[in-house]
Design a protein around this ligand. Structure first.
Ligand code: ZN
Ligand code: ZN
Length: 274
C-alpha cells in the first residue's frame, strides 16, 4: 500500500507538467477554467483506482493465485530490463485489454462512453469519463491485467511517472507530437483522431499506449501532417454540470435539424429507435 502516495503524486506531477505545456504551447485559445470538471473527476477516481489495484493484488495473494508474469521491478533483473522493459511490457498488456474494452464500449456501451466523446474542451485534465466507465474498466482491464502481470516494487518510479505523463498527454492539445516515434507510441495527434467529428475517423485508433493493437486488428488511422480535427459529438454537447454528467447517457439525444457534423452509427441507431 505504500505505493499509493507515489501513485497519486505521479499523476499530480503529470497533470501539472502537461497543463503547463498546454499553456506554453497552445494550439488555440486556452481557458484554465475548462479543467475544473476534469480535476473533480480525477480527485474521485485516482484514489479509488489505486485501491482497486491494491485490492486485486491482495485478493490473488490471499487466494494463492500467482500472476502469470511477475515483473521484476525490484531489480531481480538488472539495469535497463528492470527499469525500462518491465514497465513497458506491463503497459503493453494493459493496453491490449484497454483496446478490447474500448471496442466493447463503442459497440455495446456507447451511451456511457459517449460522455467521454462529448467533451469539446479536450485537454490532459479535462478528459473525464462517465462514472460507470472506470468501474467497467476495473473489471475488464485491471482484473485481467493483474492476473497476467504484477509489479513487485517501485524501483522504476521514473518510468511509472513517464507512463502517467503519456496517459495524460494523449488528450492534450499541446503543440508537440512524437514524429516518427508516433508509429510506436500513441501521441496526442493519434488519439485526437479517435475523438474526431469527421465520419472517416469514427471507430479508429482505440489503443491508448501503442498503435500496435489498432494495426493488428484493423482499426488504425495514422494522422496525416497537420491533421487535427475538431472533437465532440454532433448531437450532444459536453456536460455543463454534475447532473448533466451523471444523466447524459439517458438523455434523449435527438439530432438537430441540421447537425453540425455527421452522426456516429451508434447515435444514428439510437435516434432511429426514438
Ligand atoms: Zn472511445
Ligand atoms: Zn479519449
Amino acid at each position: 500500500m505504500d505505493w499509493i502516495a507515489p501513485y497519486l503524486l505521479g499523476w499530480s506531477f503529470a497533470f501539472a507538467l502537461i497543463t503547463a505545456a498546454e499553456l506554453l504551447l497552445p494550439r488555440g485559445p486556452e481557458r484554465i477554467g475548462n479543467r475544473l470538471a476534469g480535476l473533480g473527476f480525477w480527485a474521485l477516481w485516482l484514489p479509488v483506482s489505486a485501491l482497486v489495484h491494491a485490492g486485486y493484488q491482495h485478493l490473488w495473494h490471499w487466494l494463492g493465485v500467482a500472476p502469470l508474469v511477475v515483473l521484476p521491478l525490484d531489480f531481480t533483473w538488472t539495469g535497463i530490463a528492470a527499469v525500462v522493459l518491465a514497465p513497458l511490457a506491463g503497459a503493453l498488456v494493459y493496453d491490449f485489454f484497454f483496446y478490447w474494452c474500448h471496442r466493447a464500449q463503442h459497440r455495446w456501451l456507447w451511451r456511457y462512453h459517449a460522455v467521454h466523446h462529448a467533451i469539446r474542451d479536450l485537454n490532459a485534465v479535462n478528459a473525464y469519463h462517465h462514472i460507470s466507465e472506470p468501474l467497467l474498466q476495473a473489471v475488464l482491464i485491471l482484473l485481467p491485467t493483474s492476473l497476467i502481470v504484477s509489479d513487485t516494487g517501485q524501483s522504476a518510479a521514473a518510468m511509472v511517472v513517464l507512463l502517467h505523463l503519456h496517459a495524460s498527454y494523449i488528450h492534450s492539445p499541446v503543440r508537440f507530437g512524437f514524429g516518427p516515434v508516433g508509429r510506436l507510441f500513441v501521441d496526442n495527434r493519434y488519439h485526437r483522431i479517435h475523438h474526431s467529428l469527421e465520419e472517416r475517423h469514427f471507430d479508429r485508433n482505440f489503443a491508448a499506449f501503442t498503435p500496435l493493437w489498432d494495426w493488428l486488428f484493423g482499426t488504425i488511422w495514422f494522422p496525416r501532417r497537420g491533421e487535427w480535427p475538431a472533437v465532440g459529438l454532433a448531437e450532444a454537447d459536453q456536460p455543463r454540470d454534475l447532473r448533466e454528467w451523471l444523466t447524459l447517457p439517458w438523455r434523449p439525444r435527438a439530432p438537430q435539424e441540421e447537425p453540425a457534423a455527421p452522426l456516429r452509427p451508434q447515435d444514428r441507431a439510437a435516434a432511429a429507435s426514438g
